[in-house]
Write a protein that binds this ligand. Sequence first.
Ligand code: DCP
Ligand code: MG
Length: 365
Amino acid sequence: NKTMEKISLFTISQYACQRRTTLNNKNKIFTDALEILAENCEFNENERSYVVFARATSVLKSLPYAISSMTMLEGLPNMEVQPRAIIEEILEDGKSSTVESLLCDERYKATKLFTSIFGVGLKTADRWYRLGFRTLEEVQAAKDLKFTKMQKAGLMYCEDISSFVNKAEAHAVGQIIEKFVHKCVPNATVTLTGGFRRGKEIGHDVDFLITCPEEGKEEGILHKVHSLPQGLLLYYDIIESTMEKNKIPSKQYDVMDKFQKCFMILKLNNTLVQNSDLNFKDWKAIRVDLVIVPIQQYAYALLGWSGSRHFERDLRRFSYHEKRMNLDNHVLYDKTKKVFLTAKTEEEIFAHLGLEYIEPWERNA
Ligand code: DCP
Ligand code: MG
């Protein structure tokens, strides 16, 4: 066992896409703390520090053993001064005072609460904070706040949505979506992706990719969502595709893709939910994302939507810096050979990049 540890110390890559990271996290006490700090950097739009905390977190998640002393960090990649200081604090006191005080910080708490609402991003959260709001009750009671249609729905169902979706609920939603899609196009396929594909027990939403064997047949599906059984569709917003043919992925970390998609809130019946007023109801509002993918881009879309976010970020970074290739959710472009590399499966994409295949449940980086 000790030999195994020594070997892994020297072979751990700085890239998450060259590590196998299951949900069996042996360093949760550290990664929970570091993730809070990373999140706060995102709130402050401090990209540089965000990356430092996120990379250290991800390395710790991949270790097959628990860190129990500072010397065990030697030889590990991405362990910079800021995360090291936090790890040291936790090793000494069992907790980090920096994290403890952040958890009591007014702005952090409000930003966390507000951005948890569907339709509320950093800009809105910050505006509400500067207007003096600290709770959702205050926001909802405010006389002259204007909400978008999305935010109204987000606020209306915030209790259900923030309570997380479990696996059984995700599968039940999958059956509803599949039935609807097959009514539109009988041989279309619906694939559960996102965190649930990585084996997670809970998620903040349920993500599905929809594709058809014959290119083009998938195009009309989303505009029929209103034909879902009466009352199930609590909210939906269709984003039209902005795809261009033979577009070379421009930016290194282009997170938003150009597929047609639908952000919705579905009513899932027959699940008992207890609300904060201690009343029970027999349905739950669930956030669902549907993504429409042309078959030639399916492998890239599946790889891109399976996450984790950090795994995706490092896949793109690895492609760009180590292979001179640009990767996004649509294509892979080889800048040396000046060609687009086609792929039918995720395995082929890893092979194009010269990477060992990493299974979805090993991408919890
Ligand atoms: N993703 C992407 N491009 C987008 C949106 C998401 O590449 N425009 C990727 C990154 C995520 C995955 O798709 O890992 C799914 O997004 P989620 O935000 O739903 O994240 P998860 O499903 O991983 O986590 P959660 O359990 O919070 O839903
Ligand atoms: Mg998800």
